[in-house]
Design a binder for this molecule. Structure first.
Ligand code: SF4
Length: 417
């Protein structure tokens, strides 16, 4: 990267998944099939054993060596004696929202090394009304028939974040460290295991919109995507990565083969540079025009659209003139786009206010009137600090044993608005 800010992590400073796994932990989880074959050969085993291990890690979702029953007891012992462990990030705490959302504290880093950190992962049955992932953008009547018909997992890419968006609780943590590819993919596999998801049979979407800026941990983020596509069997077309506008990252992303490239979302949040640089200091480094130029270089799939996320802050970014500016900005580029509106989620110590319901409707109507596809993302899990911009490893809320029944402060009408 190429950012001069002392707080940002260089794009090329991220370790490779293999290097991480070969460090002190010797974690198998995070290695792809080819790397696992090599490890097996290192142990004097035939390379096809690597395929068996990959199946166990990513399809059967084993948590310990003892569960890899396709390997002999002797070979499992040999792996353990050589210091290998499965090493998948484990869900350590669960917070349940009244709306069905679950927020997890996921433990990353091998036990016993003193380097354990927790990140947040969020499970949203019925998604967030923003990313159906299959070309549709909202649940139709058929979706209501089951308890959930599609779901979204929101995944973290870093412990904390250096980008310092002023409306975001995660920013308060600062950047602690990058996650490895295995730690990013492991969040997903742990949630798949907890929810008993059969890959390929359920409408499951991933959004890389949790803690961190994925494009400031680019190699590990894309390493995780390759694992999730190649080993876990998920489709990149059901994945969306959100960036605050890291232009070198967008440029690298534009070069990724379409077989492993998720869809892109830009966290726009402001109608012009003046307001955006106040809310998102990163805009001083890469302004809206630079971001839009980089986005324009991506070769989109047929019917693919770039998502623009827009957090509505009461009185600050939710006025009719702001909506008109956003419409002008997006239409001027001629790109296939859609806008996801997000009513700002309150957090302690963040000096903004929620938009009034009337302002949300008016904003939406102006964009729609300008011919822009616009969707309102329902706030999910706000009562357990699981909603957008609220992830800060908050652990004071009730845990799984007691189950969260905390009523959100706002009215039901506001929640559903
Ligand atoms: S909104 Fe995203 S990029 Fe901005 S500080 Fe929060 S986690 Fe980082």
């Amino acid at each position: 990267m190429k950012a001069e800010s002392g707080k940002l992590v260089p794009l090329d400073a991220a370790k490779s998944p293999a290097a991480d796994a070969e460090g002190c932990a010797r974690r198998l989880f995070g290695l792809d099939r080819e790397a696992l074959k090599e490890r097996m050969e290192d142990l004097g085993e035939p390379s096809w054993r690597g395929r068996q291990v990959a199946e166990a890690l990513y399809r059967q979702r084993v948590e310990g060596l003892g569960e890899i029953t396709t390997l002999s007891k002797q070979l499992r012992g040999k792996l353990a004696d050589s210091g290998w462990e499965v090493g998948r990030p484990a869900i350590r705490q669960v917070f349940k929202s009244v709306d069905g959302t679950e927020r997890y504290l996921v433990e990353c880093g091998p036990a016993g090394t003193g380097s354990v950190e927790t990140v947040e992962t969020v499970w949203m049955p019925e998604g967030d009304d923003g990313e159906a992932g299959d070309g549709s953008d909202s649940s139709g009547p058929e979706v209501q028939a089951k308890s959930w018909n599609r779901a979204t997992i929101c995944v973290s890419s870093q412990v904390g974040c250096a980008v310092n968006c002023q409306f975001c609780l995660t920013a308060k943590l600062g950047l602690q460290r990058n996650l490895t590819a295995g730690e990013i993919a492991g969040q997903v596999v742990s949630v798949l295991a907890r929810q008993g998801i059969e890959v390929g049979k359920e409408r499951l979407n991933l959004v890389f919109m949790g803690m961190g800026e994925p494009f400031l941990n680019y190699d590990n983020f894309m390493g995780a995507v390759r694992l999730l596509v190649g080993e876990v069997g998920l489709s990149p077309q059901r994945m969306t990565v959100s960036t605050s506008g890291i232009v070198p990252g967008i440029e690298r992303f534009a070069q990724e083969p379409v077989e492993v490239r998720p869809k892109l979302a830009i966290s726009l949040n402001a109608p012009n540079d003046l307001i955006r640089q106040e809310l998102m200091p990163i805009n001083r480094k890469w302004n809206i025009e630079a971001v839009m130029d980089a986005v324009g270089r991506i070769q989109l799939r047929p019917r693919e659209r770039v998502t623009f996320e827009y957090v509505l802050l009461g009185g600050r970014t939710d006025q009719p003139e702001h909506a008109k500016q956003v419409a002008r900005l997006l239409r001027s580029r001629g790109l296939p786009v859609k806008v996801n509106l997000i009513a700002w989620n309150p957090g302690p110590g963040i000096p903004y206010s929620m938009p009034a319901p009337g302002a949300i409707d008016a904003f939406r109507a102006i964009l729609a009137g300008e011919g822009i596809a616009v969707y309102l993302r329902r706030p999910r899990g706000r009562d357990i600090y699981a909603a957008c911009g609220q992830l800060k490893r908050t652990s004071e809320k009730t845990s799984e044993e007691t189950s969260a029944l905390i009523e959100p402060k706002e009215s039901k009408e506001e929640r559903d608005s």
